[in-house]
Design a protein around this ligand. Structure first.
Ligand code: 0RA
Length: 659
């Protein structure tokens, strides 16, 4: 590998190092999952997880990540510091060994659990190999040590650069742009999310993220660990009781930690972690958790006579309605399954979690009879609703209401019957619906006007939803059925486009619709059929009313004014047509700010928002189902005031959500 190092003594030793790390540079995907944004962030997780390990081992209390203005990232912890003495196996300092030998990132036989599992946990030598530059400072044994690297090879010796009575590790690295061709810039929000999780899961640790460019700084510290996490997830929901069940117990060679609380919502949120890594697809800990919960709640209900002898057992689903839980296991050798390694596989863990939860939840219910009654009462209601929903659905199916033959009266269908060339616009309000109908290309574009706030789908049960005409029309028009009868193959339109006003109400309605798709028709999102239309925010009217120019954002408005007036004045403020000299120079006579789709006539609506040749569509993706779910929950929770303020503060964000 012909790579430059800053000094000329390109020694045999360096060549060995490079050869050792060469597989990483040849096939980075094998080590960090890919070279896109996700892979890039794996570098950060690798270093951060090592720092968190120091906290888990009881040494570090602080982990601080700084995004540097020069494109680098710095991770500092106050753990023990990587040892600087000569490592017996390599004959080099342990620091250098950890940074240059693959899979040498472990704690060298030190006991305890390692955070790292799944894709990462590959060792910080991988980070080093994929960084154009890396600088490490270790504070330990009264001294500060420093060493620099380039693409994995040392460019200096480990030097003492100062004295200190502290300890810790301080790593700054610059991702190699020749590896990360797509992007080398880190996402503040992504890292923030990760650091928030880390603080929740590791009692007593403070995590901090700083953006050097704007000095934005966030710190997380949660005294209560996963209990705080449950509390956070339940913000904005009515809780069955303030008290949060908690257990932390060692069993065999593992540690099981669980926190849970019931809410009056209908959704269930169970997050499972193995060694602090989220397992989005669950696994054996989740199976054990569910089994124990179902059994304990049923046993309690029977024993208390809340469930009569002839009544059938509560289903697992019934016992989990409204539940928020964190299940965290720590074990020496986590095994992950599935293509994405998102699922914990260790079979013994099922029994560990089941036995810990059974024992302690049982105690808890015995000791908190008022809470226990409420939990059982909720589950009984869920069972009843489940039966009612089934009856409603059977009724609808029996009556053929969802059958393809009859289309809803409000649907202005397109003439094409080929889904590939057909799109369905879901339009806010009857008046915009009318414009869309007259302006559309009726061959390929169908219009379904939806009145008002569709329905709060988060709170509505399926039986209520199926009684709502707007929702029934939507399901019918789509042709996919619902729940057990859902079949994406029936989808009558290749694109489903949500078209709402660019205001708070519009954002709310599109969020409601996204919630509906998210909860009941997820494949439509997963298979890239759902879009948001983007109507213009401004019309710039020209002298003599010649063809107008439309701007879809404030930035774009500024750009247009710059371009057309040939005066450069880009600012982040919304231009004021009275005061802004660019406006007249460019020959505009009026700036119209669109508040709603209804302000455009049919032709304008088609031209600006629907015309496949010119329009902007935003694809709705569930990049981060967790985030989407949390936002949907916040938006749709039971506390109206919180919901309102959240929507107002995030109206813009909601539009950009998972896009
Ligand atoms: C090897 C051995 C020990 C600690 C570490 C590595 C270590 C690595 C990183 C990476 C970021 N922060 C870190 N902190 C520590 C054990 C040290 C000992 O036994 O004294």
């Amino acid at each position: 590998m012909a790579n430059k190092t800053s000094n000329n003594d390109y020694t045999a030793e360096q060549i060995t190092v490079l050869e050792g790390l060469e597989p990483v540079r040849k096939r980075p995907g094998m080590y960090i999952g890919g070279t896109g944004a996700e892979g890039l962030h794996h570098l950060v997780w690798e270093v951060v997880d090592n720092a968190i390990d120091e906290a888990l081992a009881g040494y570090a209390t602080e982990v601080t990540v700084t995004l540097l203005t020069d494109g680098g990232i710095r991770v500092v912890d106050n753990g023990r510091g990587i040892p600087t003495d000569i490592h017996p196996k390599t004959g080099k300092s342990t620091v250098e060994t950890v940074l240059t030998v693959l899979h040498a990132g472990g704690k060298f036989g030190g006991g305890g659990y390692k955070v790292s599992g799944g894709l990462h946990g590959v060792g910080i030598s991988v980070v080093n190999a994929l960084s154009s530059n890396l600088i490490i400072r270790v504070t330990r044994d009264g001294k500060i040590f420093e060493q620099s690297y380039s693409v994995g090879a040392p460019t200096s010796k480990l030097k003492i650069v100062g004295d200190s009575d502290q300890t810790g590790t301080d790593i700054t690295f610059y991702p190699d742009a020749s590896i990360f061709k797509e992007t080398t810039s880190f996402s503040y929000d992504t890292i923030l999310d990760r650091l928030r999780h880390a603080a929740y899961l590791t009692k007593g640790i403070r995590t901090t993220l700083i953006n050097e460019a704007n000095q934005l700084k966030y710190s997380f510290y949660f005294e209560g660990g996963i209990q705080s996490y449950v509390k956070h997830l339940n913000i904005g929901k009515d809780v069955v009781d303030e008290d949060i069940f908690y257990v932390d117990k060692a069993i065999e060679e593992a540690q099981v930690e669980i926190a849970l609380q019931y809410t009056e919502a209908f959704t269930e949120t169970i997050k499972t972690f193995a060694n602090n890594v989220l397992n989005p697809d669950g696994g054996t800990h989740l199976t054990g958790f569910r089994a124990a919960l179902t059994r304990v709640v049923n046993d309690y209900a029977r024993k208390q006579g809340l469930l009569k002898e002839k009544e059938e057992n509560l289903s697992g689903e019934d016992t989990r309605e409204g539940l928020t839980a964190i299940v965290l296991v720590k074990l020496p050798d986590p095994q992950f399954e599935g293509q994405t390694k998102n699922k914990l596989g260790n079979p013994e863990v099922r029994g560990y979690v089941e036995s810990v939860l059974s024992e302690y939840l049982n105690y808890y219910l015995e000791e908190h009879p008022a809470i226990a009654r409420k939990i059982v009462g909720k589950a009984l209601l869920a069972a009843r609703a489940r039966k009612a929903a089934r009856a409603a659905r059977d009724n609808i199916i029996r009556k053929g209401i969802l059958d393809g033959a009859s289309m809803p009266g409000k649907l202005a269908d397109c003439s094409s019957k080929d889904p590939k060339n057909s799109e369905l616009f879901l339009v806010e309000g009857d008046s915009a619906g009318g414009s869309a109908k007259s302006g559309r290309d009726s061959k390929t574009q169908a219009i379904l006007p939806l009145r008002g706030k569709v329905l709060n789908v988060e709170r509505a049960r399926l039986d209520k939803m199926l009684a709502n005409n707007e929702i029934l029309s939507l399901i019918k028009a789509l042709g996919v059925g619902i729940e057990e009868s859902f079949d994406i193959k029936g989808l009558r339109y290749g694109r489903v486009v949500i078209m709402t006003d660019a205001d708070v109400d519009g954002a709310h309605i599109s969020t409601l619709l996204m919630t509906f798709f998210f909860r009941f028709m997820r494949p439509i999102i997963d298979e890239n059929h759902l879009y948001l239309a983007k109507p213009p925010l401004y019309e710039l009217v020209r002298q003599g009313r010649k063809e107008s120019v439309y701007a879809y954002s404030d930035d774009e408005l500024n750009e247009i004014l710059d371009r057309e007036s040939k005066v450069r004045k880009t600012s982040d403020k919304v231009p004021n047509e009275g005061k802004d000299e660019r406006f007249r120079q460019a020959g505009f006579v009026e700036l119209k700010r669109y508040k709603g789709l209804g302000e455009m006539d049919a032709e304008q609506l088609f031209d600006t928002t629907m015309d496949p040749e010119k329009r902007v569509l935003i694809k709705v993706r569930i990049e981060d189902a967790e985030k989407a779910d949390a936002i949907f929950n916040k938006l749709m929770g039971t506390e109206v005031e919180l919901r309102k303020s959240f929507i107002q503060s995030r109206a813009k964000f909601v539009k950009d959500l998972d896009v």
